[in-house]
Design a protein around this ligand. Structure first.
Ligand SMILES: [Zn+2]
Length: 243
């Protein structure tokens, strides 16, 4: 297989009334079906380390798919993890470290909804149960608007906070809003991350830049056929989608 897929989820639950971008919510029933589909269709659900192995040409996994959850919402614990745990699927949740235990202050006004975020106790419990956590900065800024020390703090600070709480290395980073520039990438590299994930849509190929990894977002508007289509389009067609 010549490509891998990284899926992006945000909320597993029902969108509150009046919420902008209700597409960010996938219902628990649909999520369950999607996960069972991945298993039935013969995809191998892998951890992010295996995606990096794949990029480096060191993976023999058949049809690799990685699952990522952005922002660390509390509904991950309630609605996603029980399903993933029962299927034995690895998963990575990108955490906004200074907002842990709080709410989505970075976009609650725009979205017209306040969403509860995982607290540290839950994060540590989930880590012990097998969930991987990774960095999504300290406060979820647009990183290309920052430079120098404030940029450095968002990136290095989030890594340090997670590593202290989890007592384990944190190797992966996700750019808030998919926004980055060359200084961002250099800062992420110098902080010691091994790879970073974007919101750019597409598959992952051998030789993909590990600090600009494409993903495919799953939304409430992604019906079962569209879900299957996305996976097979990006995981099986001859069309290259690496930039
Ligand atoms: Zn985010």
């Amino acid at each position: 297989m010549d490509r891998a897929i990284v899926l992006t989820y945000h909320n597993i639950g029902r969108a509150p009334r009046g919420a902008r971008l209700p597409g960010l919510y996938v219902s628990p029933a649909v999520f369950h079906l999607q996960m069972r589909y991945l298993k039935a269709a013969g995809f191998t659900i892998v951890a992010l380390a295996e995606i990096v192995n794949f990029i480096n040409g060191n993976s023999s996994v058949k049809r690799p798919v990685a699952l990522t959850f952005d922002d660390g919402f509390a509904d991950f614990s309630d609605n996603a993890w029980p399903v993933l745990k029962s299927l034995g699927f690895p998963v990575t949740v990108f955490i906004v470290t200074q907002r842990v235990g709080g709410e989505n202050l970075w976009d609650c006004e725009y979205l017209n909804v306040r969403k509860r975020l995982l607290d540290w106790d839950s994060i540590v419990r989930l880590k012990d149960e097998g969930v991987s956590f990774a960095s999504h900065t300290m406060t979820h800024p647009s990183l290309s608007s920052l430079t120098g020390q404030p940029l450095h703090e968002e990136i290095f600070g989030s890594k340090a906070a997670l590593e202290e709480r989890l007592n384990a290395p944190v190797d992966y980073f996700c750019y808030p809003y998919g926004d980055f520039n060359q200084e961002t990438v250099e800062s992420v590299q110098s902080a010691g991350f091994k790879a970073a994930f974007t919101t750019r849509k597409g598959a992952v190929f051998q030789g993909t830049d590990p600090f600009e990894i494409n993903r495919i977002s799953v939304k409430s508007t992604t019906g079962p056929l569209a879900f299957a289509y996305k996976l097979h389009l990006y995981n099986g067609s001859s069309r290259r989608q690496n930039k």
